[in-house]
Design a protein around this ligand. Structure first.
Ligand code: MTE
Length: 314
């Protein structure tokens, strides 16, 4: 098992939340000053101050170059290089995330407030795309559960629905006569999946703010599911009673399910899911790696699905 479990972390690495936030503010302040001094006249953000997470893998990380130039973000085109070329068109500041539906405290959070009131962690996760490739990405973010607790879901809330911003004037893919998907992009999780400690909202990667092509300013990361569950540039999170519609399962229900758990023994109708190509690992002749059940996170998440037929609920 490649994941460090909480028991392996020396007490010196564990801090109270209050001490952590104080330290973060100090570090962010210092980093901001240093950056302001080195970049006169620019408004570039300071790098993010995070603590390391016990949930990180120690596998070799995919290069920043590959993580930011081999993307799926269909609002900016269908080629892997299109998001890097066009996503700068999206204005990510100011940004708010509306949280509504079956909650006691609905709210509209300004992104800066969400970041400054959250304990940011670095989470180095294996990511597996449904198309058969994978990466290892050092995300910076916070548990989605932290946000969920703040809005106090009602007992009737069973699922969480997510929506990407809908901005045709800033997203060329939304202007197309033949759209690939129905917009806005929507995704969903069962409430217990959303509350799971591995599920995070990412606001950065490689210690810096999230590049637009990776879903700035805030996106979902669920490492045991295929990449399409990781909805980008989230503007709304709603708590609902019934399983919400999700973009890819609406588009092709026989190919993409609501759960989308990584599962080498349930093939896609048009290709095997048994192996994967790790991006950055050399050319065509490099051996593909075996794909692991729940992308290698089975020990943490398998119990969420006990008793379920994963061939039917794919
Ligand atoms: N979110 C939106 N809004 N639009 C998209 O097209 N693509 C999904 C997911 N989130 C997508 C999205 C798919 S198919 C994948 S594999 C991941 O984003 C890719 O994330 P990355 O480019 O940061 O690796």
């Amino acid at each position: 098992m490649l994941i460090r479990r909480p028991a392996d972390i020396p007490p010196s690495e564990i801090m109270s939340r209050e001490a952590y936030l104080n330290r973060r503010q100090l570090m962010a302040g210092a980093a901001g000053l240093a950056l302001a001094a080195s970049l006169p006249g620019t408004s570039q953000a300071a790098s993010l101050a995070t603590v390391k997470s016990s949930f990180s893998t120690d596998e070799k990380q995919t290069s920043l170059q590959d993580v930011t130039n081999y993307n799926n973000y269909y609002e900016f085109g269908v080629d892997k290089t299109a998001p890097a070329a066009h996503a700068h068109m999206l204005k990510t500041s100011p940004w708010t995330v509306k949280v509504d539906g079956l909650v006691g405290k609905p709210a509209e959070f300004a992104l800066e407030d969400l970041i400054s009131s959250s304990a940011l962690e670095e989470r180095i996760y294996r990511m597996r795309c449904v198309e058969g490739w994978s990466m290892v990405i050092p995300w910076d973010g916070f548990p989605l559960a932290d946000l969920i607790k703040r809005v106090e879901p009602l007992g009737s809330a069973k699922y969480v629905a997510f929506e990407t911003a809908y901005r045709p004037e800033e997203m060329p893919g939304l202007q197309s006569m033949f759209p690939v998907l129905e917009w806005p992009y929507v995704e969903g999780l069962r409430l217990d999946e959303a509350m799971h400690p591995l599920t995070i909202l990412a606001v950065g990667l490689y210690g810096d703010k999230l590049p637009n092509q990776n879903g700035a300013p805030i996106r979902l990361v669920v490492p045991w599911k295929y990449g399409f569950k990781g909805i980008k540039s989230i503007s709304r999170i709603s708590f609902v009673e019934k399983q919400p519609v999700t973009s890819w399962s609406r588009q092709a229900p026989d190919e993409y399910g609501f759960y989308a758990n990584v599962n080498p023994s349930v093939d896609h109708p048009r290709w095997s899911q048994g192996t994967e190509r790790r991006i950055g690992e050399g050319g065509l002749f490099v051996k593909r790696r075996p794909t692991l059940l729940f992308n290698g996170y089975a020990e943490q998440v398998a119990e969420l699905y006990s008793g379920m037929d994963l061939r039917k609920l794919y």
